[in-house]
Write a protein that binds this ligand. Sequence first.
Ligand code: COA
Length: 198
Amino acid sequence: MTASELVLRAATVTDAARLAELHATRISEGFLSQLGTGFLRRLYRRVIVSPEGFVVVAVADYQVVGFAAGALDVGRLYRSFLVRDGIAAGLVTAPRLLRSWRRVLETLRYPTRGEDLPAAEILAVAVEASAAGRGIGRRLVTFALDEFIRRGTTAAKVVAGADNAAALGLYAVCGFVAHTSIAVHRGTPSEVLVWSSR
Ligand SMILES: CC(C)(COP(=O)(O)OP(=O)(O)OC[C@H]1O[C@@H](n2cnc3c(N)ncnc32)[C@H](O)[C@@H]1OP(=O)(O)O)[C@@H](O)C(=O)NCCC(=O)NCCS
C-alpha cells in the first residue's frame, strides 16, 4: 500500500471502537491509554459528535489504518465530555480512574495553562505500525490543519513527548514550531508546539 491508495474521510461514530484500539496500541504517552478501550471509545465518540471536535481517518482496503483528532477548543471539548459522558465513562473505568486520578486532573487543567497558547489542539495522531513511515501521518495532520482553517481557526497547538522523535518530526514537517517544554504529568517532559496558518 502507498499513501496514494488511501482514502481520507471524516470519522463517524461507527469508527469509535477502531480509534480506541489504535490509540491504545499506538499511543503509550499520556495516561489515556491506561484508562482502557471502553473509556477511549466514549471519548472518541464525543470528539466525533461534538461541534468542538473532529476526527479524520485514513482508510486502506476498507480498514482504518490511521487517524488524527482535533479540537477547536480543547477545554470546552473536555468539559462537554465530562458533563455528557463523565458519569458513564467513569463507571466503565472507575478502578483505573481511581489509580490515575492525579493524571486526570493534570490533563484537564493543562488546557487552561499558557494563555498565549491557541485554544485549538491536535489531540492525537496514530498510524498502524505496519503502515507507518509512508506519509500517512503527514496527510492526516495536513487534513486536520485544513479542517481547522475550514472552521475559521488559524492557529493550533499540539503536545508530544519530548522523546517521541516520530511525532516531533511529523509535526515539524507539517509546520509546527517549538513553543515551550512542560511536564503535563509530573516528571514526564513534553514539548508544546504551535502552528499558525498566517
Ligand atoms: C507519529 C506517527 C503518527 C507518524 O506517522 P507516519 O505515517 O509514520 O509519518 P509519515 O510517514 O507521514 O512521516 C512524516 C514525517 O514525520 C517524521 N517521522 C516519521 N517517522 C519518524 C521516525 N520514526 N523518526 C523520526 N521522524 C519521523 C519525518 O520527518 C517524516 O517526514 P519525511 O518522510 O519527509 O522524512 C506514527 O509514528 C505513530 O503512529 N506513532 C505512534 C503514535 C504517536 O506517537 N502519536 C503522536 C502522539 S499523539
